[in-house]
Design a protein around this ligand. Sequence first.
Ligand SMILES: [Zn+2]
Length: 457
Amino acid sequence: MNMLIGFEIHQQLATERKMYCDCPTNYQDVPPNTNVCPICTGMPGSKPLSPNEKAVNAAIELALMLSCKVVIGKPTYIQRKHYDYPDLPSGYQRTSLPIAVEGELHGVRIREVHLEEDPGQYDPTVGTVDFNRSGVPLVEIVTEPDMHSPEDARRFLRQLIRVLEFTGKVRPEAGGAMRADVNISLEGGARVEVKNINSVKGAYKALKFEITRQKAKLGRGEAVTRETRAYLESQMITVPMRLKELEEDYRYIPDPDIFPLVIGEAKVQKIREHMVEPPHLREQRLVEQYGIQQAVANVIVSEKAFADLFEEMTKEVNPKLAATWFRTRLKKILNYMKLSAADIKFTPKQLAGLLQMIEHHKITPEQGELVLRELVRKPGNPEELVQRLGLGRVEKKELQLAVKEAVRKNQKAVKDYLAGREEALNFIAGKVMELTKGKADPREVLKLLRAELSKNS
Ligand SMILES: [Zn+2]
């Protein structure tokens, strides 16, 4: 069935000050109603400061990362969007006209990017409001309805979150900073909007639910009418929103207390020069520059710190070797220890030292993994870790002696092997590993054993 899915995504910007006043934005770390002033509590007569420049710049950077055209040289009005709710003492939320338009990410067109401010936090169960969050800057990203399945939508959201995280200009996910409204229309039905989504999983589940619900309705010959619904996270369903919340007559007017924003070419140019490389473009560049596979590049670019560390390594070791280690062993260890690349404590030099030992066959890949695990747990000089863990290759001469000794002491197994029982070779190899205290490379042991035993046959 054909369907069209689009998003409106709100994300808090990681500025230290609020959008129109100087109150701090760390609303989760302080007692209720302490990061407040007459401006962000909407006191009569209070006048907003001009828009927080850091928030404006962050929103421009995000828009550029999404390949948007920034609205340059024209007045961009800050509008008042009116609605009545206890979390909004002034009775209106400030939201800018688009500061950028016509972007694209992962085949999905970005229609507009706006600057907004967060309202306070109202707790309807006890009737209290905390205004610490009131006035925290938000960026709003509106897409065209270019996604065609819940899977599509999920993929896009993940890509978008990665872009947002790469900028380092949004608040980390832990605080549940992302909020999304999703709209969906099935062929033959009207557009339905679902609000209250705050995770990728939530968006996916809400869409799945809506498709089932709307299909059933259409199947019964009923009409799917235009409406706004709320997603209930705990039950993974959507329900109609109360009619009161639907009265979307926001009575937009330009805020007479705030000069419109006028974004200059020079500012945009400066932001463009200093912004980080967007992850989707970086992924492509890694594929081309280092000749690694797309899937590998995708893992490496999953986190900016991870990609940065990888590119550091390419200066010291073969990029393909580094890529393999990043994609498999390092990622596996980090996942197992529930660490992100940003938590890594070892230095790039230490990791490079380890990868060089592997590259130059000073230790086996298996030993390398042990050292890597230790490096993540308790960073140190990789050579010293090899010593401490009692690893390191045996000298060729020593290994040959061990092979000879194992053969001499295990004549029955030798006979079995020569009689065609291949598994006997593994037994003798095990004895060699014992004699070398596990330091030998199993592949090399087998090679030498075969050579040695061929003399006996
Ligand atoms: Zn304030």
